[in-house]
Design a protein around this ligand. Structure first.
Ligand SMILES: Nc1nc2c(c(=O)[nH]1)N[C@H]1C(S)=C(S)[C@@H](COP(=O)(O)OP(=O)(O)OC[C@H]3O[C@@H](n4cnc5c(=O)[nH]c(N)nc54)[C@H](O)[C@@H]3O)O[C@H]1N2
Ligand SMILES: Nc1nc2c(c(=O)[nH]1)N[C@H]1C(S)=C(S)[C@@H](COP(=O)(O)OP(=O)(O)OC[C@H]3O[C@@H](n4cnc5c(=O)[nH]c(N)nc54)[C@H](O)[C@@H]3O)O[C@H]1N2
Ligand code: SF4
Ligand SMILES: [Mo]
Length: 715
């Protein structure tokens, strides 16, 4: 229950059960409050998934709530006499009326595609944004929709759609029961896991190894995760598809392919075998930097393990062969019978089952106007947003809606987008901060703080390594006059409907939708659990629904409930891979990213306890590469690509592969008008001022923010 006391004393201290929504690990928290103050934040040992785990970011929930820079009410940009502008507080009535009017005006005058929409990552961490954005956007069926998906997990969705028939059918690594784990391009010890909700990963890796499990990490950097691994191999950025194809090549060549129980409903492996023929371990060795015998042995170890996992994340998704790599990863799991097997990778059965309740997703049904890039799930690649704003003609974006996103810092060639946003006729942002992106808005609509609304992890139970379910009440009452994200969507939808002479959509709170979905779900009315919201409210640490279970073929959403391995799109993409690596590649340096435990994309640099300490926005470079360029540790260097250049401090490191440099993303808070006081003191520079909007995975349209060719020199 939310707090209501006016004059709290020590006796009024209350403990709230709450999910941390900051990352995909969804840890259970115990938050102690006294009146309006958060007194302490601890891990909830009773949480069946996180078992008391917590990371330093959770404490920042207090900082977010109390941050004086966080907007408490809507603001509009007003021009000054001197040609500048300032922000003026306005009423919700004015903010919502003006926004609805401007959006309608844009589409009435210029057609529906004149409206662009960009939704950022925190959308999936805030269930009201997921349940209610459709209330508004159904009135604006624009082709120009964008999200963080296309700088992130788009290849995972495609592999899931192609092989299993639904964009959300992600195979989840069952580390607690596994013997062998091949991990590519992921650093869960820093990220806490992604498309793999796995709180307390450090302990799980230790337990896995103590049981004799072998963790093999493939990464151009010796990461925090690599440091815990049984084996770590450097790999040249963007060459994972060659390694994965060579692993499959070896399995086929040595008769190690055995899909086991998957065989009766799996087709197309013969065609895959044929397609893998040119991808020998020797070919892969030349380009990846991992020698051929090591690759062969890796394939044998994978096949020999009682239960094995192949998993890849950002490093393999956001690179030139993202979709191909994710498809090959699942083929390895399938070909060795490790899919749908305890200790391998399994599908979840979440209490609110999005696989059953959302559409499967589609690909390439329309293309972007300027560059002809394919849509996925009705969204276009974010790398094309700037040119869709600046290129004149029918369908040019003139008004933009952004929600919970910061594409100026998070999408390739952010500087170009930064300039493009300035030329919009109208921009509105649903966001609590004036950041690098929202500073361009005409109106900012700030929602309630996270602790002021209730919470259900609609997205992350789908990706979790154990089936659990949990509902969190709001910790604090909503302040007078404040609106939740979902209420803002609802209020805008009501105005648009009224203007269009249509019936206003009913306002059903997200919690009520979850109640319906729980009852209709796999543990609902038709099951012995008979779950509903009331039960979840009564057990705020969460309800354990058990380990992941084999579910195939019943769970498959392909038309004939089979896995068709010979997927035409990635099979055809193998020709591109072969062609690209047929000749010796240029010897340019390659830029990759990196994440830090106390950071979260672009938006958590405003909390002192998360940014204090040494500057983290440095360029890691191998001593060999520094010496050949006569660079000294700590020196300011110029990092340059086709798209742009930045000055950054170089940091000497043996942990990075020679030929590779690494820079975190999400910094660059120095820009004019950004109202993030603490972040500006640790401004750093934006990695995405160097990444290239033309560097894409040609198959999926996903941004290739890893493996960008760059030069580094003394300025
Ligand atoms: N070079 C490079 N670029 C990358 C990446 C990389 O590894 N390297 N990673 C990519 C990835 S994986 C991602 S997901 C993207 C992220 O890209 P984005 O989603 O565009 O950016 P975020 O930094 O997550 O922006 C979060 C914004 O949401 C707001 N916000 C937070 N919570 C809420 C809320 O509850 N409601 C509302 N309305 N707003 C909220 C914050 O104030 C902030 O403005 O960046 C991508 N960009
Ligand atoms: N602390 C913290 N946690 C986070 C986030 C955060 O910003 N900070 N962001 C959240 C989000 S939105 C996401 S999507 C997840 C991401 O979760 P992860 O994918 O686990 O995190 P990253 O650190 O991006 O890991 C990518 C790894 O790929 C490596 N890499 C780069 N290029 C290549 C390549 O070509 N091949 C191979 N094999 N490896 C390569 C990088 O060195 C890096 O170690 O993290 C989430 N959790
Ligand atoms: S690991 Fe993620 S979910 Fe857990 S406490 Fe840290 S930020 Fe929150
Ligand atoms: Mo992400």
């Amino acid at each position: 229950m939310p707090l209501t006391q006016d004059s709290p004393g020590a006796a009024d201290t209350r403990t709230h059960y709450r999910a941390c929504h900051l990352c995909e690990a969804i840890c259970g928290l115990l938050i102690e409050t006294r009146g309006e103050e958060v007194v302490s934040i601890k891990g909830d040992p009773q949480d069946p998934l996180s078992r008391g785990h917590i990371c330093p970011k959770a404490i920042a929930l207090k900082d977010i709530h109390e941050d004086p820079d966080r907007l408490r009410g809507p603001v509009k940009k007003v021009a000054d006499a001197k040609g500048g502008s300032h922000w003026q507080e306005i009423t919700w009535q004015e903010a919502l009326d003006t926004t609805a009017e401007k959006l309608l005006e844009t589409v009435d005058e210029h057609g529906v595609n004149a409206l662009g929409i960009y939704m950022g990552n925190p959308t999936v961490h805030n269930y009201g944004m997921m349940t209610h954005q459709g209330q508004l956007f159904r009135y604006f069926r624009t082709d120009n929709r964008f999200s963080a998906t296309s700088v992130d997990q788009l290849p995972h969705h495609l592999a899931a759609l192609w092989l299993f028939g639904h964009k959300l059918m992600f195979p989840i690594p069952d580390i607690d029961r596994s013997d062998y784990f091949l991990m590519l391009g992921a650093n869960p010890v820093a990220s806490n896991g992604s498309i793999w909700t796995v709180p307390d990963i450090r302990r799980r890796i230790k337990d896995f190894k103590a049981r004799g499990g072998r963790l093999v990490v493939i990464d151009p950097r010796r990461t925090e995760t690599a440091a815990l691994a049984s084996e770590h191999h450097f790999i040249a950025p963007g060459t994972d598809a060659l390694l994965l194809a060579a692993l499959l090549h070896t399995l086929f060549a040595e008769g190690l392919v055995d899909p086991g129980p998957l065989a009766p409903f799996t087709t197309g492996l013969d065609a895959v075998a044929e397609a893998m023929a040119p991808f020998t371990p020797d070919f892969a060795a030349t380009h990846t930097g991992i020698d051929a015998d090591t690759i062969r042995q890796m394939a044998r170890n994978f096949a020999d393990a009682k239960a094995a996992i192949c998993y890849g994340r950002m490093g393999v998704s956001t690179q030139a062969y993202g979709a191909l790599s994710q498809w090959l990863i699942q083929l390895l799991n399938i070909a060795t019978g490790n899919l749908d097997k305890p200790g391998g990778s399994l599908f979840t059965l979440p209490a609110v089952d999005q696989v059953a309740t959302t559409g499967p997703g589609g690909f390439g049904r329309h293309h972007s106007r300027v560059r002809g890039l394919p849509e996925f799930d009705r969204e276009l690649p974010a790398s094309t947003l700037a040119e869709e704003i600046t290129t004149e003609g029918e369908g040019q974006i003139r008004a933009l809606f952004t929600g919970a996103g910061n594409p100026v810092l998070s999408t390739p060639n952010g500087r170009q987008l930064d300039a493009a946003l300035a030329q919009l006729d109208f921009m509105v942002s649903l966001d609590p901060y004036i950041n690098e992106t929202t500073r361009h808005a005409d109106i900012i609509l700030p929602p309630t703080s996270p602790l002021e609304h209730d919470h259900y992890d609609l997205a992350f139970h789908v990706n979790a390594m154990r089936n659990t379910t949990r509902f969190s009440e709001a910790v604090f009452d909503k302040p007078d006059g404040a609106l939740h994200d979902w209420e803002i969507f609802q209020a805008l939808a009501e105005r648009v409907a009224t203007a269009r002479g249509q019936e206003t959509p009913p306002a059903v709170p997200p919690a009520q939708m979850i109640d319906f979905a729980l009852q209709a779900g796999p543990y609902g009315n038709a099951s012995e659990h008979a779950l509903d919201l009331q039960q979840l409210r009564a057990q705020p640490s969460g309800i354990d629904l058990g380990e992941l279970q084999p579910q195939l073929p019943a769970r498959l959403r392909t038309a004939d409930q089979r896995i068709h391995c010979a997927t035409p799109e990635p099979l055809a993409d193998l020709a591109r891979l072969l062609r690209d690596f047929d000749t010796d590649r240029d010897k340019e340096l390659r830029l990759i990213g990196r994440r830090h435990l106390r950071s979260n994309n672009s938006w958590m640099h405003n909390y002192h306890r998360l940014v204090k300490g040494p500057d983290r926005c440095t360029l890691l470079m191998h001593p060999r590469d520094m010496d050949s360029r006569r660079l000294a540790d700590g020196m300011e260097v110029e990092l340059r690509s086709r798209a742009g250049a930045v000055r950054v401090q170089v940091e000497r490191s043996e942990d990075i592969m020679p030929g590779v440099v690494s820079l975190p993303h999400g910094f660059g808070h120095h820009r004019d008008g950004v109202r993030l006081g603490t972040a500006r003191e640790h401004a750093g520079i934006s990695c995405n001022d160097v990444t290239d909007e033309l560097a894409l995975d040609a198959l999926s349209g996903n941004a290739a923010v890893n493996g960008v060719p760059v030069t580094v020199a003394a300025p």
